[in-house]
Design a binder for this molecule. Structure first.
Ligand code: HEM
Length: 528
């Protein structure tokens, strides 16, 4: 009773003595003080940091064009600006598009910039201690294993086989049917299904069947997608909120537990089946997927007991997360760009048709994909967390536990890095002069083109991703002209750590008049 009368007295005083105009004046004073403080402590052009809420109001004001807004803000601020997104213990640090800073974080001072506890805490349910979520010795051990297996001739041959089989037996027949019926499909969805099936085949040696006839709903794929979304939601939710929900086991946190349980159950069952097969037959020599290779190498190695089931489960889940959506999203933007650049499409097609059966390296296609990902990087931004205080090469101070966000999307659109035509889709910039026409991407600094990350944590799947993207692009373009439905001239990306198209990519497939397989010399006009 006493407390309710205290509250009503306080309310009466507030309504009697505080007028709307007072509140407006207080807000204006706060704004001016923040603006002055901002000007004194941040580079000119950097986004406003409000008291308490930091950068959050600016983010909300630009939710619809956040990538462009961030790119423009970095250009105005000279390449680096500080941010604070404080929601009771939230995130703070700097955003940068300066290659020297990126090199410093990803290579020169690598030891000071792990993924860190902020990332790990948000992904631990889904990823456990898998490579994508690990630092230090745990990361190093998995990195060594992944590199050894993925770069082995045996895995390369196997993974190319999985890609070719999926293209030939599932993707092409599906698109032929769609084309015959004149149906409209969401190409991004088809590509996402393709890469999910493909990464599961490469990592586990299983086919989840996302690309099967009728494009079915696959519980494992759905659980994986939901678990990823809900883990990512923790990055934009005040920690006290999601932690309280986790403690109480309610709402989205409860859903996360259920989704991760389903993902882990699938992974654990696959590991258990493979162990049983190894026990029964004494060998997994006939299997080349990553799980079987790791099991075989650890069972034949002399170290005590080899990899645990938990290690194998986490390793494979990390691989699926890393490899499931990135190449498909890269391909979706590529097909979309080709629809408005028919001249580039002609050259890609000529390259595909003259490449010979599984022969030449399709350098022009390689350059076109690389160029497309410069403008639309599948991972538009990434971050690392500082262990100790540090100063970046451009003089920016980073406090311990702060994050350095490096912004691949802005870097790909930076005039100072790519010249005045940086916004143009021009694959030729990646070719080694007109004469040879060979791909010359290696001469670009990996710290300027951070699409695949760089330094010791460079994407392990880069070769695999290019092989996938080239196989799909060649198979589709050789047979069909991809017609993007009108109204999609401007595409909205989804606000996510992967640059999905927000509403998918609605297309029709028109069969090319003659069937064009790689190795045939009958090059048609791209419009044909
Ligand atoms: C166009 C396609 C791809 C792009 C743009 C891409 C990009 C990246 C990026 C930016 C990272 C760094 C992530 C971080 O440290 O926070 C990364 C790491 C990684 N990627 Fe990819 N990736 C692609 C495809 C793939 C594929 C197909 C696989 C699997 C076969 C894969 C496996 C991995 C793994 C295992 C890591 C972790 C490496 C480590 O932490 O040491 N990626 N990738």
């Amino acid at each position: 009773m006493a407390s309710s009368s205290l509250v009503s007295t306080a309310l009466r005083l507030v309504t009697e003595y505080v007028r709307a105009s007072d509140i407006a004046i207080a807000a204006a004073v706060l704004f001016v003080c923040s603006a002055i403080r901002n000007r004194l402590t941040t580079p000119p052009g950097a986004p406003m940091l409000w008291p308490v809420v930091g950068i959050i109001p600016s983010l909300f004001a630009h939710l619809d064009d956040i990538y462009e807004w961030g790119t423009a803000a970095l250009a105005r601020a000279g390449g680096t600006f500080p941010y604070r997104g404080t929601w009771g213990g939230g995130s703070s640090g700097v955003v940068t598009s300066v290659p020297a800073n990126v090199e410093h974080v990803l290579k020169t001072n690598f030891a000071n910039y792990p993924k860190g506890p902020y990332y790990r805490e948000r992904f631990v349910e889904l990823l456990g201690h898998g490579i994508f979520n690990a630092d230090g010795d745990a990361w190093r051990a998995q990195r060594r294993a992944a590199t050894a297996e993925m770069h082995s001739a045996r895995f390369l041959e196997f993974s190319h086989g999985t890609i070719d089989a999926l293209v030939r037996d599932k993707l092409v027949p599906l698109l032929e049917k769609v084309s015959e019926k004149g149906e409209v499909v969401d190409l991004q969805d088809v590509l996402l299904r393709f890469t999910f099936d493909n990464i599961c085949a490469a990592a586990f040696g299983v086919d989840p069947g996302c690309l099967a006839e009728g494009l079915p709903d696959v519980p494992f794929a759905r659980a994986f997608e939901r678990a990823t979304e809900l883990s990512l939601a923790r990055f934009v939710t005040p920690p006290f909120v999601w932690k309280a929900k986790r403690f109480l086991g309610v709402g989205t946190e409860r859903e996360l537990v259920e989704a991760t349980r389903a993902v882990r159950a699938f992974a654990e069952a696959t590991v258990a089946e493979r162990r049983a097969e190894l026990r029964k037959t004494g060998t997994l020599a006939g299997r080349c997927d990553l799980l079987s290779r790791l099991m075989s190498s650890s069972s034949s190695s002399s170290d005590s007991g080899g990899y645990s089931d938990e290690f194998l489960r986490d390793f494979c889940i990390s691989f699926i997360l890393a490899g499931r959506d990135t190449s498909s999203v890269g391909l979706a933007w590529f097909f979309w760009l080709l629809a408005s650049h028919r001249d580039v499409e002609s050259r890609v097609l000529a390259d595909v048709l003259s490449s010979g059966d599984g022969g030449a390296s399709m350098d022009y296609l390689h350059a076109a994909l690389t160029e497309s990902m410069r403008l639309y990087p599948p991972v538009p931004a990434d971050f690392k967390e500082a262990v100790e205080d540090d100063v970046l090469p451009d003089g920016t101070f980073v406090r311990a536990r702060q994050r350095v966000i490096y912004y691949a999307y802005a870097m790909g659109r930076d005039k100072s890095l790519w010249g005045p035509d940086c916004l143009e889709f021009r694959p030729e910039r990646w070719l080694n002069g007109k004469k040879s026409g060979a791909f010359a991407g290696g001469v670009e600094s990996p710290y300027k083109y951070v699409v695949f990350n760089a330094g010791p944590r460079l994407c392990v799947g880069k070769r695999f991703a290019y092989a996938q993207m080239k196989a799909v692009a060649a198979a589709v373009l050789g047979r069909f002209r991809v017609e993007v439905l009108p109204g999609q001239e401007k595409m909205k990306p989804k606000l996510n750590t992967t640059l999905y198209m927000r509403d998918g990519l609605m297309v029709r497939f028109a069969r090319r008049e003659q069937r064009h397989e790689p190795g045939h010399a009958d090059v048609p006009a791209a419009g044909g």
